[in-house]
Design a protein around this ligand. Structure first.
Ligand code: CMP
Length: 140
């Protein structure tokens, strides 16, 4: 199995409820190692750029407002099959459809305030990691 890196964002609904540690513990228990972290306020412009692929979707404006509504914790996760593993532990995008025991099922408030984001492919993981981190920030 391949050792991969992926980008994780713990979203404003989770920083607001002070559960970033709880969520990170789930990621670590799944075999993922946090090798870079930044907690910061994402600007509306950063959110628009990060989620540009969704620019035509009806939820885009609300999503960008939400991502800029409070601090986020952005992390690089490393581990075996990290991209799929992270998505497995997060569960389905809509918490209502997520499997029991997943992060979004347990902590997500709505499809928008769904507590966590994870890259969906190796190509996007590389792009998303480079969006927030330089190689010097990443300590494996
Ligand atoms: P995320 O994995 O961060 O990627 C895009 C985000 O858009 C998604 O999680 C959801 O939080 C948000 N979103 C809001 N509404 C929808 C929707 N109808 N379909 C998909 N994603 C949505």
């Amino acid at each position: 199995m391949a050792i991969e890196r992926t980008l994780s964002i713990i979203k404003p609904d989770a920083t607001r409820r002070n559960i970033t540690g709880l969520i990170t513990a789930r990621l670590e228990a799944a075999g993922l190692r946090s090798i870079a972290q930044r907690r910061f306020f994402m600007t509306r412009q950063q959110a628009e750029k990060f989620y540009a692929v969704h620019a035509e979707r009806a939820f885009f404006d609300d999503l960008c407002d939400f991502m800029a509504s409070g601090p986020v914790l952005v992390q690089v996760l490393e581990g075996e099959n990290a991209i799929a593993r992270n998505r497995e532990v997060m569960g389905a995008t809509n918490p209502a459809n997520a499997d029991e025991g997943t992060i979004r099922k347990e902590f997500g408030e709505s499809i928008e305030a769904n507590s966590a984001h994870g890259s969906d492919s190796p190509e996007n993981a590389a792009i998303e990691i480079a969006f927030f981190f330089s190689e010097l920030d990443i300590v494996g």
